[in-house]
Ligand binder design. Structure first.
Ligand SMILES: O=P(O)(O)OC[C@H]1O[C@H](OP(=O)(O)OP(=O)(O)O)[C@H](O)[C@@H]1O
Ligand SMILES: O=c1cc[nH]c(=O)[nH]1
Ligand SMILES: [Mg+2]
Length: 217
């Protein structure tokens, strides 16, 4: 495993360490934050993560008139498919869609087995072909990396070649798993935390991101 904050060299990573992003993440980390405030902080953090993730997307120029003169409008020429990983990724979906309203959305449902820590998929709703389309996977937590690797393999099997994993926070172990899987993706996250504990939770982390938003199941 890499030491904390060491990023595997074959895994492009954008660390969104802006103070406003760190403030929202701190609200999410605080055990006193209730479900509603947690959801609000995740929405706001998602705005900043998507802002950074979209920075390099291709754009096209379309002639328009302002009230004063002719100019070129700029719009995304190939908007990403948004793929929230249920449940916890649902809390990022609306905000991402609000920022990129022309995007389509697919869905993947995975629950981690808390004994084995292996991903247990229960739902896939994705377009047949993803060739030529950027894809943003939305999941607040990258812990062991098992759920993210499973999701990305579903996307690659449909022809995706441009995948970005967008996470509120990531464990070094999960980044190492992604790098070892060599899937050719990039990661956008607001934090690389210290480690996983014996139960597979991110430390210091924020607990169970699904439960913190929607209640325990
Ligand atoms: O990297 P991993 O070790 O696979 O863990 C990360 C997964 O755990 C959480 O989901 P969880 O399984 O708790 O499901 P939930 O969103 O329904 O709570 C989280 O949202 C990720 O999908
Ligand atoms: O810390 C963790 C690890 C996996 N999933 C979560 O929701 N939190
Ligand atoms: Mg959960």
């Amino acid at each position: 495993m890499p030491a904390p904050h060491e990023v595997p060299s074959n895994l492009p990573l954008v660390l969104v360490d802006h103070p406003l992003a760190q403030a929202r993440l701190s609200t999410m980390r605080d055990a006193r934050t209730d479900n509603a405030a947690f959801r609000a902080a995740l929405r706001e953090l998602t705005l900043m993560l998507i802002y950074e993730a979209t920075r390099g997307l291709s754009v096209e120029r379309v002639p328009i008139h302002t009230p004063v003169a002719k100019t070129n409008a700029i719009r995304l020429s190939n908007p990403p498919l948004l793929v929230p990983v249920l449940r916890a990724g649902l809390g990022m979906a609306d905000q991402a869609h609000a920022l990129i309203p022309e995007s389509q959305m697919g869905f993947v449902g995975i629950a981690r087995d808390e004994e084995t820590l292996l991903p247990t998929p229960y739902m896939v709703s994705l377009p047949e072909s993803l060739a030529g389309r950027p894809v943003f996977v939305l999941d607040p937590m990258l812990a062991t990396g098992g759920s993210m690797v499973h999701t990305i393999k579903l996307l690659l099997a449909r022809g995706a070649t441009d995948v970005t994993a967008i996470c509120a926070l990531a464990a070094p172990e999960g980044l190492a798993t992604l790098a070892a899987a060599n899937l050719g993706i990039r990661v956008v996250t607001a934090s690389i935390d210290e480690r996983l504990n014996d139960s597979g939770y991110i430390v210091p982390g924020l607990g169970d991101a699904g439960d913190r938003q929607f209640g325990a199941v």
